[in-house]
Design a protein around this ligand. Structure first.
Ligand code: ADP
Ligand code: MG
Length: 239
């Protein structure tokens, strides 16, 4: 049975999509059956960041009850499997969001990990996937605004009785940013991972693949692989 991990944040542009792509790719590289899902219906970015061609069967088709979730699995050339929404806004017509839970429950039987990239903010689209989450990974940057918005996301997740963990991304090691300990104090939890600011990420976006493949020796790659190993270890403890 897969563990469903939802990647969330309050603030936009903090690294949710980059983390979703690289965590899913790292879990897949480490031999775990992993499926990456983009639940940003209005502004999907996973396909764009990975240079995925227009995929034939979308998550929209599944939620329109036209296709099964299994038919919507697309395998990227890197090997990572994913389920992606349509890039066209007109395909939002006829979507029944309530079909998502049942689809994920079916999919769970056939994978080790399901990683869901979600939208920014605390609106309906952002919280869409929270119901199916076994754990919510909250992404923040070392800045007050991002941390404050992360705290709100944690509070909402906790109200839904969801386990939360925090990942700090884009850490630069300078004095102008929030320190790791101040951030942990503010959010009242230890950080699960720290991903450094790394130009390799921007280059990987240009190359349209996960940084773990484009820059295997980069600091960001090491951090994402360590995160994946930690998550695998936690899963083994819980079984
Ligand atoms: P979100 O999904 O939260 O809106 P993205 O994952 O799209 O955010 O990241 C926003 C931008 O931040 C990316 O375009 C990328 O250039 C940059 N970025 C993300 N993580 C890093 C990092 N560790 N180092 C450098 N740049 C990063
Ligand atoms: Mg995003």
């Amino acid at each position: 049975m897969a563990k469903v991990i939802v990647i969330s944040s309050g603030k936009g542009g903090v690294g949710k999509t980059v983390t979703s792509i690289n965590l899913a790719s790292a879990l897949n590289k480490l031999g775990k059956e992993t499926i990456l899902i983009d639940s940003n219906f209005t502004t999907p970015n996973v396909a764009i960041n990975l240079g995925a061609p227009i995929i034939p069967i979308t998550l929209n088709n599944v939620l329109q009850n036209k296709r099964t979730i299994f038919e919507a699995i697309y395998q990227h050339h890197s090997g990572t499997k994913m389920i992606l929404p349509s890039l066209a806004l007109k395909d939002l017509n006829g979507i029944k969001p309530e079909l998502f839970v049942d689809s994920i429950n079916e999919l769970k039987k056939h994978a080790d990990f399901i990683i869901i990239d979600s939208a920014a903010g605390l609106g309906r689209e952002a919280l869409f996937a929270f119901n199916v989450a076994d754990e919510i990974l909250i992404i923040t940057n070392p800045e007050n605004a991002a941390a404050t918005d992360a705290l709100k996301t944690i509070q909402i997740a906790e109200k839904l009785n969801k386990k939360t963990s925090v990942i700090l991304t884009r850490k630069r090691q300078d004095k102008k940013e929030l320190s790791t300990s101040d951030l942990a104090d503010l959010l009242e939890q230890k950080l699960l991972a720290i991903i450094p600011e790394d130009n390799a990420i921007r280059e990987s976006l240009y190359l349209r693949d996960a940084v773990i493949y484009t820059h295997p020796r980069s600091r960001a790659t090491k951090a994402y692989l360590n995160l994946a190993k930690k998550i695998i270890k936690q899963q083994q403890v819980n079984i």
